[in-house]
Design a protein around this ligand. Structure first.
Ligand SMILES: Nc1ncnc2c1ncn2[C@@H]1O[C@H](COP(=O)(O)OP(=O)(O)OP(=O)(O)O)[C@@H](O)[C@H]1O
Ligand SMILES: [Mg+2]
Length: 373
């Protein structure tokens, strides 16, 4: 437990100059306390949990130790019951800034990227399979992967989603926390929460690391806008290496890169039970395990059905869409244009299919999508 006045001092009274950034859960400041650097996250007032639940949660997360997890050092209750988390400071920015924006001008050759992929996978394996109760991260994305001085990956913000039981963040249907572009289809459409949603998001991150581009990027045309659509097409055309970041063009690693792309595709399969568990992912990335068959599915298959049969009942997908920056209470109806844009992101991204405007049959909170042909 930290004293509020010590954190005030460490962060120069939460001065803007010390601000590292702002996410869905609150703002993060850099600080120096007793000579060591820390990162201080001031959570938004929306944290609904009482002090006791909050403290229990923090105790749980503080007890976790793994070289690929950002260490939570402790917490603090500020004025007006504000909740503050104190983390170890991680030196080399987050993966999104490094890989997409070239921040820090770091060497991102294949051995380094491969080590980052294995690091993230190992951290996730620990959260899913080595701790009790298991932790589902729910917001795996490059912005939540920090890089230390030796460019090892450290997963940030694990356990945080559990502190926000009632609010949604970037995308919300009833109770969904996560970020557009990384959300598993069963989580968006059915609210089904399992470790496999992290496996899905991890698969997206893997493909981003290999391709050096964001999962949704409007700089591209057609199906290339959505990394997954593009990847599945290249898979069908047997041209998966086209996905590789041109900066990595070095022939001796092609085999490994192709292998990594296939692991990524395994992880983003639509049916959760087809996605591998994280221990298998780690083994595959380290080259200790072969790759199972990767299957492109156009529809989410309920795990209760024979996955090889088309499930006609699931051909209509109901999505409740809430704008990133507003919530349903304030803005119950988006304009149709906005809605279609959002929808095209979510649906084409999540299902490997692009729904065009004529397939949207009702509007207003819920949207019905007719089956793509
Ligand atoms: N322990 C840390 N050490 C160094 N920088 C950090 C640390 N934790 C967070 N940051 C930086 O602070 C910024 C804000 O982080 P924050 O987690 O609030 O937002 P986010 O990751 O973009 O979104 P989300 O809320 O979905 O996690 C990010 O740029 C991140 O790199
Ligand atoms: Mg974060």
């Amino acid at each position: 437990m930290y004293a509020y006045k010590d954190l005030q001092k460490a962060t120069n009274n939460f001065h803007d100059n010390m601000k590292l950034g702002q996410g869905a859960f609150g703002a993060v400041y850099k600080g120096v306390l007793d000579g060591s650097e820390i990162a201080v996250k001031v959570l938004l007032p929306e944290v609904q949990q009482g002090m006791e639940d909050f403290s229990n949660e923090i105790v749980l997360v503080t007890s976790m130790r793994h070289k690929n997890l950002v260490k939570l050092k402790g917490c603090c209750f500020g004025n007006r019951e504000q909740r503050i988390l104190v983390y170890e400071f991680v030196e080399n920015n987050n993966l999104a800034e490094v890989i997409f924006e070239g921040k820090g001008d770091l060497n991102m050759d294949w051995p380094i990227r491969k080590n980052i992929c294995i690091g993230i996978a190992s951290g996730l394996k620990y959260l899913h399979q080595d701790v009790q109760p298991p932790i589902i991260h729910r917001d795996i994305k490059p912005a939540n992967i920090l890089l230390d001085i030796d460019l090892n990956a450290k997963i940030a913000d694990f356990g945080l989603a559990r502190l926000f039981p009632k609010i949604g963040s970037h995308v919300s249907t009833i109770n969904i926390v996560g970020t557009m572009g990384y959300l598993a289809p069963e989580y968006i459409s059915l609210g089904q929460l399992s470790e496999k949603i992290d496996v899905y998001s991890f698969g997206v991150v893997l493909l981003e690391i290999v391709s050096g581009r964001r999962s949704i990027d409007h700089k591209f045309d057609g199906d290339q806008i959505f990394l997954l659509n593009w990847a599945w097409r290249l898979h069908e055309e047997d041209k998966l290496l086209d996905l590789m970041d041109q900066k990595l063009n070095d022939s001796y690693i092609h085999e490994e890169i192709l292998h990594t792309i296939k692991v990524g595709l395994l992880c983003v399969q639509v049916t959760p039970s087809r996605r591998p568990s994280m221990d298998k992912v780690v083994a595959m990335l380290k080259g200790n395990m072969g790759i199972e068959v990767v299957i492109k599915e156009s529809q989410y298959q309920s795990d209760n059905h024979d996955p090889f049969l088309r499930n006609e009942e699931s051909s209509n997908v109901h999505l409740s869409i809430i704008d990133e920056k507003s919530n349903m209470d304030e803005k119950p109806f988006m304009g149709l244009g906005d809605m279609k844009t959002k929808l095209s992101h979510i649906s084409s991204y999540s299902y490997g299919n692009t729904f065009n405007a004529s397939q949207i049959s009702s509007v207003g909170g819920f949207i019905e999508l007719s089956k793509p042909r």
